[in-house]
Ligand binder design. Structure first.
Ligand code: RIB
Length: 308
């Protein structure tokens, strides 16, 4: 049987976000009264998949979710967004992932993820989706999914000549074999510093160089309101300014960046131009509440780029 073709495959995490708004970060042992609470779709993988779909890409997921209400919420979301769920496994008797998120007055946040059924995603789930992966243009993942699954997907992508994108969040030790299969890495500043192992005073370029020497082909560092920067071994750095916005919350801005980058690469844009699309889309994403609230369409992103 042949798989339906998609442009972008996401080895995806799925969480329901439990979001409380508080004035500032909690101290250890402290209780604060939240001004509001909401639940919304999340998970770095699912968020990036939705971003890519809104940027016009056809997207397929490889994911493992619970057979609970939160899992059904994911399936309903992906149906609305036109995302192919054929390789989403619902694990009997298991819970879906949840993310407890505190959003502060300046829009910044802290997140604790309990991945639930997502922790069971493995290489066999990816092998079952081999037809979809081998026919796509871009495979993306984050460090919220088990690295054995991502390694399998990136190995298939490499055989097929597809791009591989890794959002290294949350930062944690990465297998040497995985580094060597990453075409584009999309850390934020703190993830880059943590992954490089260099002290905080090291420059972005020095930190990126550590990961390039591990075999990563390109490092695109997201810098929030300051934009982003691209580092490669054989080319000078490329710096893009940010698009100033009124920040409501920054949940999912990095995922919007990665998903929009994937969609642009799948459309055939070069990496530097794809980075411009991703930079503009991520800026728009912070203007509304929740991970998906401000995530823009291709048309809205094009308009933002034309106005700069
Ligand atoms: O990047 C934001 C996401 O991180 C949230 O949606 C949350 O679910 C965690 O995965």
């Amino acid at each position: 049987m042949t798989d339906k073709t998609v442009d972008v495959v996401c080895v995806a995490s799925w969480n329901v976000d439990l979001v409380s708004h508080v004035p500032q970060p909690l101290k250890r042992g402290e209780t604060l009264m939240a001004s509001s609470f909401a639940t919304s779709p999340g998970g770095k993988g699912s968020n990036a998949a939705v971003a890519a779909a809104r940027q016009g890409a056809s997207v397929g997921l490889i994911a493992r979710i619970g057979d609970d209400d939160f899992g059904r919420m994911g399936l309903a979301l992906w149906a609305r967004e036109g995302i192919d769920p054929r390789h989403v496994v619902q694990a009997a008797g298991e819970r879906s992932g949840v993310a407890q998120i505190l959003v502060y007055e300046d829009g910044d946040n802290s997140i604790a993820v309990a991945p639930g059924a997502g922790l069971g995603l493995n290489a066999q789930h990816v092998q079952a989706a081999q037809g979809m992966v081998s026919a796509c243009k871009v495979v993306m993942a984050s460090l919220e999914v088990p690295q054995r699954a991502t390694c399998e997907a990136f190995a298939l992508a490499k055989q097929a000549g597809a791009w591989t994108l890794l959002n290294p969040a949350p930062a944690q030790p990465v297998d040497a074999a995985l580094w060597r299969m990453v075409d584009v890495l999309t850390p934020n500043e703190s993830e880059l510093q943590s992954l490089s192992g260099l002290p905080a005073h090291a420059s972005l370029q020095e930190a990126a160089q550590v990961l390039l020497s591990e075999g990563v082909q390109a490092v695109v560092v997201t810098l929030g309101e300051k934009g982003c920067a691209l580092f490669r071994a054989e080319a000078p750095p490329v710096w893009l300014s940010g698009h100033p916005q009124k920040v409501v919350d920054t949940i999912g801005a990095g995922d919007t960046f990665t998903g929009s980058l994937a969609a642009a690469l799948a459309r055939g844009e070069g990496l530097e131009q794809a980075m411009r699309w991703a930079n503009a889309a991520a800026a728009l994403s912070v203007t509304q509440a929740s991970a998906l609230g401000g995530m823009p369409s291709l048309q809205a992103t094009r308009a933002a780029l034309q106005n700069t």
